[in-house]
Design a protein around this ligand. Sequence first.
Ligand SMILES: O=C(O)C1=C[C@@H](OP(=O)(O)O)[C@@H](O)[C@H](O)C1
Ligand SMILES: C=C(OP(=O)(O)O)C(=O)O
Length: 743
Amino acid sequence: MQQAKIGRLLVVGVGLIGGSFALALKAARACREVIGVTSGRNTCDEAKRLGIVDRASVCLEEVLPQLEPGDLVFVAVPTLAVESVFVQLKRYLPAGVTVTDGASVKGSVVRAAEAVWGGVPSFLVPGHPIAGSERSGVTAARDDLYRDHRIILTPLEDTGVDHLRRVEQVWQAVGAEVLKMPVEEHDEVLAATSHLPHVIAFSLVDTLAHDAENENIFRYAAGGFRDFTRIASSDPVMWRDIMLANREAILKAIDLYSLNLSSLRGAIAAGDSGALMGVFTRAKAARDYFTKMLAKQAYSDSMQAQEITFIAQPANAVNGKLRVPGDKSMSHRSIMLGSLAEGVTEVEGFLEGEDALATLQAFRDMGVVIEGPDNGRVVIHGVGLRGLKAPSGPLYLGNSGTSMRLLAGLLAGQRFDVTLTGDESLSKRPMNRVANPLRDMGANIETGPEGRPPLIIKGGSPMKGLHYPLPMASAQVKSAVLLAGLYAEGRTSTVEPAPTRDHTERMLQGFGYAVSRDGPEAALDGNGALKSCRIDVPADISSAAFFMVAASISPGSDIVLEHVGINPTRDGVINILRAMGGDIELLNTREVGGEPVADIRVRYAPLRGIRIPEEQVPLAIDEFPALFVAAACAQGETVLTGAEELRVKESDRIQAMADGMVALGVTARATADGIVIQGAEAARVFAGGTVDSLGDHRIAMAFAVASLRAKDTIRILHCANVATSFPNFAELATGVGLKLQLA
Ligand SMILES: O=C(O)C1=C[C@@H](OP(=O)(O)O)[C@@H](O)[C@H](O)C1
Ligand SMILES: C=C(OP(=O)(O)O)C(=O)O
């Protein structure tokens, strides 16, 4: 049985909010008695009959003196009636009793307290449950109204620590999540998210109800009207009070909304289809995002937002045909170049993973109309090289290094200022590798300490072409410089120390922008134009790699990966697995939209350890976590060198994989620029155990694949970011034979 959190509960106002609190506390056995105070005898009787209160009274001053230290008073009357309750509390409330409230406006509660006590007393903890319904009154009370809902408390400087803790504990006892916020912030947030929608719903219904045609309007009103206006059935007194109590913040919200409504009116009047699509696609994306957040699915803000653990039980083989999601690198670039093109670009096969969605959202935030994604289809209404608009706030790029580095280049030559931010992992990644050459081109860019994000880019800097020999083999750096070159005076060229993925060069050419390529050098002239086109994004070889390794290490496996991009700057995983003895066949090889594509058949074959040729490293840079699992299952030693770049990915992938493999009983030793792995021939190479993916999608998926040769269950921590590159990994993996569960 749950321990009582408080002594007695006195609910002042036994309606939906107060009554539900009383019922929930009783259900949680968090208090020993509930006393209700209501304004009418009938409500008292009803509250007792419904079992909401143990006893009830219409007279607050009669009940208050009976309270003792440790008891709690919950004031749940309409906002403007709070002050009269406080007057009584001042006279009759015994010391040691805690008071909280449920009013929707906190500024007015604080003002009422100041009027009565001359300040906010330490025992008063203003609060607001973000739960409710259009129903009101004692009969609407429910014991689960607050379960999984948020409660905002707005404690003040003088609020007593014990009182605050008591209020927090009772809300938690009824299953609510407690947040804290300053009073002013609460009132502004609520004005926008709750009070304004009520104003609009009341006003819409009132407008239509007074129309001469109202009968027809209500008779034929379809689902939309019903959904939209549900809240106009709410309690008028409560809402009148809220409007008066939070007047300033609500007026601000109404003014902003009126401005937007009148510009939407203007767009409709002018037949401006672009402006209408802009508003509607942005709003749809925002609404979908919000639905995903409520469903606790990640979207651009994954690591902190949720915890996912993979539980991978030993499995035997993978079999079947599957198409993994679209290529991440190409998906990013399709949005970037489509936005800068003139005309409408249609993309098929777009990766609906968080990284690519972060890029998409960034361009929406800069005024580009983008329809979709809808089953991998995206339609981008390009604005031309000079058509981006200043975003209203920082561009948040989640976990995506590619988004931040390529955008840095593309935005360095704009006329507006912009700040690029990211999640905890991205905020630790080095950005001077792009900031330095961009500064050499004339850009004004500041980074955080040690060259880490955020990137603060000041617009209006004239850019000039640069010849840039890259200090490291990085497609992101190469692309950032070339994209900045689009805005530079004269010619910009890059020379890479080893071939890296060339999607930027290929796709620019697909958009009709001339890029000259000569061995390691790529060059373009600034101030040209991109012409819209169609893009077919093939399946991502980096995602396919997990299944290539899965099939290679588990006897009896035979798998076909359909429509995979096999660009020669990305095919290191095929070359390395083949060198280890892997059985990989490329079927139906073809060219789609300027990129080579094939169906890849992989069958089990015994692998042997190798010294991985350094020239393969950039061609397989993202596939090493999976390849290390293959190495652990190969006969003999595998040695990787020249791969120090792996240390600055979403995690330090050398250390993360070495630690995880050692935890699973494999002999692996991290070196400064690689790893040495002793392969084992046993049927079950990996012991069971727990490994930490450190929030790195590729580490998480690699250890899931290891379960095919594991003795016991592998638990993989912090796997939410798998959604950045491969949102349906678990579903596809279990479909072909892995035994993977999410917890
Ligand atoms: O340009 C790209 O799309 C990418 C380049 C690579 O990064 P580096 O350029 O840092 O090697 C790769 O690791 C990343 O996943 C995607
Ligand atoms: C390194 C990766 O991506 P990014 O640099 O875009 O975060 C990756 O996907 O493995």
